[in-house]
Ligand binder design. Structure first.
Ligand SMILES: Cc1cc2nc3c(=O)[nH]c(=O)nc-3n(C[C@H](O)[C@H](O)[C@H](O)COP(=O)(O)OP(=O)(O)OC[C@H]3O[C@@H](n4cnc5c(N)ncnc54)[C@H](O)[C@@H]3O)c2cc1C
Length: 402
């Protein structure tokens, strides 16, 4: 049983390393198993919302993250033709949170920083180049099947947390569906060194257009002013070869912000985007967290934040059960709390964000934009709106579920 007296974590992405680190801090031994050799550095999430910073503060990670990031205090809704429609000041939340801003930092920096801290614990057994292939469980524990550098192996533990991303092997083996849909269009993510700020753009902007909406946000990169990432929808049928040509990517950015010089494009990537939630996040001793449990479009910058909220919620409960302070039915509360808000907030808000940006009905577009203006101009309406979009309302809702 001593070999089983640990928690197994599948996947060392940003959610897996958060789970591992939060457990180790509670003196719970962890085996963290990662398929790749080095953690991926693809540009994905970069936004950390106020409640995520508060949770990371509880486990001593807010400051080191803050040191690597940039504070984004305002964000804008814009119209591709008309320009700025409304600007929201997160300072309105200063009475509610010690972090009244979005912190922008690339997720790979976050994951690598925590992995380093995680591996410094003597109770951490980190195995990279080791894909998990399946698991079995019984009343005593979980057996995780992995394909290590020396061949197949079985690792035993008391619990298993599947943080192995959208294509999770753990989820596929659990008796759960992953209902939802895949968007027809793919998302093109470009990064440019051009600094949009002197032209009046906030560090996060959502730009509505019936033909080609886009969203943009500033990331720290290698230092000020950082890079700007711009996301565009790509119609079905366009090939990667066409999309990745210099001419095509240049025309996308020139299309919404024309200038005489070409943009320096330092990164280009294409994503298929889904909107799905697992039917349950628990089967006995096995749990799901992060993208393994839910995936969504990136508009609003919420997916990773939600995964970190899962990680903090679950590891606090595992800690209580480990120390004999709670029975294991507390794990059903994890599912109720986190899955409910994934439906009510994560999916509802990200779908609404996309709908607002791509709306083609002119009357609806006008009314939505008028509503953005009215909300931004009225501090009480703006505060209420920010509580929702900064994810505070969702966290409060989860806490209210018993
Ligand atoms: C373009 C884009 C922009 C985004 N922007 C934002 C944003 O601004 N804010 C936000 O909150 N979210 C954003 N997201 C979402 C965010 O990137 C994800 O929610 C986040 O990566 C989820 O982290 P994770 O650790 O759950 O999964 P992942 O990051 O997918 O990590 C999973 C890990 O598991 C490993 N793994 C996979 N299979 C196995 C296996 N069989 N065995 C062992 N290991 C395995 C992988 O190698 C990986 O390291 C964005 C996503 C995209 C695509």
């Amino acid at each position: 049983m001593s070999g089983q007296n640990r928690v197994l974590v599948a996947g060392a992405g940003p959610v897996g390393v958060t789970v591992a680190y939060a457990l180790l801090r509670q003196d719970i031994p962890v085996t963290l198993v990662e398929a790749s050799g080095e953690l991926p550095s693809a540009p994905r999430a970069a936004t950390f919302h106020p409640p995520t910073m508060e949770m990371l503060d509880r486990i001593g990670l807010a400051q080191p993250l803050h040191d690597m990031g940039i504070e984004i205090k305002t964000w804008q809704y814009r119209d591709r033709k008309k320009g700025m429609i409304a600007e929201f000041d997160l300072g309105l939340l200063s009475g509610v949170t010690p972090y009244p801003y979005r912190l922008h930092c690339e997720q790979f920096k976050y994951a690598r920083m925590i992995l380093e801290k995680t591996c410094a614990f003597s109770d951490c057994d980190y195995r990279n180049n080791t894909p998990v292939t399946g698991f079995t469980q019984d009343a005593d524990g979980v057996s995780l099947a992995v394909e290590g550098p020396d061949g197949p192996e079985t690792i035993k533990g008391r619990y298993l947390v599947g943080c192995d991303g959208g294509r999770s092997v753990i989820r596929r083996q659990m008796n759960t569906g992953f209902e939802g849909f895949t968007f027809e269009e793919r998302f093109l993510v470009l990064a440019t060194t051009y600094n949009f700020e002197p032209d009046g753009f906030a560090g996060t902007c959502y730009i509505a257009d019936p033909k080609e909406w886009c969203s943009m946000f500033r990331v720290p990169a290698d230092g000020p002013p950082g890079w700007w990432r711009v996301v565009f929808p790509m119609k079905p049928g366009q090939t990667e070869e066409e999309i990745f040509t210099d001419e095509f990517v240049q025309s996308r950015v020139q299309g919404f912000h024309p200038r005489s010089e070409p943009y320096e494009i330092v990164h280009r990537n294409l994503y298929t985007v889904h909107q799905r939630i697992a039917d349950t996040y628990r089967e006995g001793r096995v749990f799901l967290a992060g993208d393994a449990a839910h995936i969504n479009n990136p508009l609003g910058g919420m997916g990773l934040n939600f995964g970190i909220h899962d990680a903090i919620n679950l590891t606090e409960k595992i800690g209580k059960v480990w120390r004999g302070e709670a029975e294991d039915d507390v794990f059903d509360l994890y599912v109720r709390q986190r899955r409910t808000v994934a439906v009510e907030y994560l999916h509802a808000q990200t779908l609404q964000n996309k709908k607002d940006l791509e709306e083609t009905d002119e009357a609806v577009r006008q009314e939505t934009q008028a509503q953005w203006r009215r909300t931004a101009e009225d501090p009480e309406l703006a505060r209420k709106f920010l509580l929702r979009t900064a994810m505070i309302e969702g966290v409060r809702r989860a806490e209210s579920i018993q």
